[in-house]
Design a protein around this ligand. Structure first.
Ligand code: ADP
Ligand code: MG
Length: 270
C-alpha cells in the first residue's frame, strides 16, 4: 500500500492581488490556513452563509515564495525521480491564476524562480554528483490543445504529431527520438536492471509562443470543441445504445495516454 508521501497531493497556491485589481478597488476575499490546508472565500457584506471553505493537502498564501513550495512539495518528487520513480507535477488553474509564474517563474527575486528551472537544476546536480551511474537525460516539450499534439521544441509548430504505443511500454509521441521527458538511470552494480524515471511538469494553460502564433485559428477551433462538449449528453445516449461516442473519453485523451506511466504504476504523482 502506498505511504502518505506517495499518494497524489493537491496543493493550492493563492497569488496576491495584482496592481490592476488594487487599482479597480477589488477587495480580498480569501483567507488561508496554511497548516490546515484550507482556503476560505468570504463574500463581502455577508453573514456566515456567504463563506465557503475548501481543504487541500496544503494551502499557500500570496506571500509564499516558489522556493518554499519547491522545497516542500517538488524537491521530494525530483529526488524520487533520480531514484527511478516516475513523478508528475500538474499546474491547473484559470487564466491569470499564476501557473506560468509558478512553473516558469522570474529570475528576480531569485526566490521566485520557477519550478521547472529548479527541477532541471536539481536533476543535473544529482547527475554530476553521482558519477558511479550512467545517466541519459531527455527533455521534450509538447503542447496538447484540442487533442492535437505539437512539439514546441520542434522545427515546425504547424506539424501535428501522432501517438504510438509499444506493447508493455505504453504510449509515446511519434516522430520524436524518444518518449516524453524521460530521465533514465542504469546501475553498473546490476546491469540486468533498467530503471526509468520521468518527471513531467505540465501546465494546463496554453504556451505563450503558441498564443502568439496560433491564437486566431485556434480560438475558432476551441469554440467548436466547447460546442461539441455540449453534445456529451447525446453521446451518453449513444453509448447506452451501443453506438460510438462523439467526444473524448478520459482514457482516450492524449494527455492521459502520455502521462499514463507518470500517473500510475511506478509513479509518485503530486
Ligand atoms: P497563468 O499562467 O495562470 O495564466 P500567470 O502566471 O501569467 O497566470 O500570472 C498572472 C499574473 O499574476 C502575472 O503578472 C504574474 O506575474 C502574477 N502572479 C502570479 N502569481 C504570483 C505570485 N505568487 N506572486 C506575485 N505575482 C504573481
Ligand atoms: Mg500562463
Amino acid at each position: 500500500m502506498a505511504t502518505k508521501e506517495e499518494l497524489v497531493k493537491v496543493i493550492v497556491r493563492c497569488r496576491p492581488m495584482s496592481e490592476s485589481e488594487h487599482t479597480r478597488g477589488c477587495q480580498p476575499v480569501l483567507s488561508i490556513d496554511g497548516k490546515g490546508g484550507s482556503c476560505t472565500v468570504t463574500k463581502q457584506d455577508s453573514d456566515r452563509l456567504g463563506r465557503k471553505q475548501f481543504t487541500f493537502d496544503r494551502a499557500y498564501s500570496g506571500d509564499t515564495t516558489t522556493q518554499h513550495i519547491y522545497s516542500d512539495i517538488v524537491c521530494p518528487i525530483v529526488k524520487s525521480v533520480t531514484e527511478g520513480y516516475n513523478g508528475t507535477i500538474v499546474a491547473y488553474g484559470q487564466t491569470a491564476s499564476g501557473k506560468t509564474f509558478t512553473m516558469q517563474g522570474v529570475s528576480e527575486p531569485s526566490t521566485q524562480l520557477g519550478i521547472i528551472p529548479r527541477a532541471v537544476d536539481d536533476i543535473f546536480k544529482n547527475v554530476s554528483s553521482n558519477k558511479s551511474q550512467q545517466w541519459v537525460v531527455h527533455c521534450s516539450c509538447y503542447e496538447i490543445y484540442n487533442e492535437e499534439i505539437r512539439d514546441l521544441l520542434g522545427k515546425s509548430l504547424t506539424e501535428k504529431l501522432d501517438i504510438g504505443s509499444f506493447p508493455n511500454k505504453g504510449f509515446y509521441v511519434k516522430a520524436t527520438p524518444s518518449s516524453p521527458s524521460a530521465l533514465r538511470r542504469t546501475g553498473p552494480e546490476d546491469k540486468r536492471t533498467y530503471q526509468s524515471g520521468q518527471t513531467q511538469p505540465c501546465g494546463s494553460g496554453r504556451s505563450e509562443r503558441q498564443k502568439q502564433d496560433w491564437s486566431r485559428r485556434r480560438e475558432v477551433q476551441g469554440r467548436i470543441k466547447i460546442n461539441n462538449s455540449s453534445l456529451s449528453r447525446k453521446s451518453h445516449l449513444n453509448i447506452s445504445r451501443g453506438q460510438e461516442p462523439t467526444y473524448t473519453l478520459y482514457r482516450d485523451s492524449k494527455l492521459t495516454k502520455l502521462l499514463q506511466d507518470s500517473l500510475g504504476g511506478n509513479a509518485r504523482a503530486h
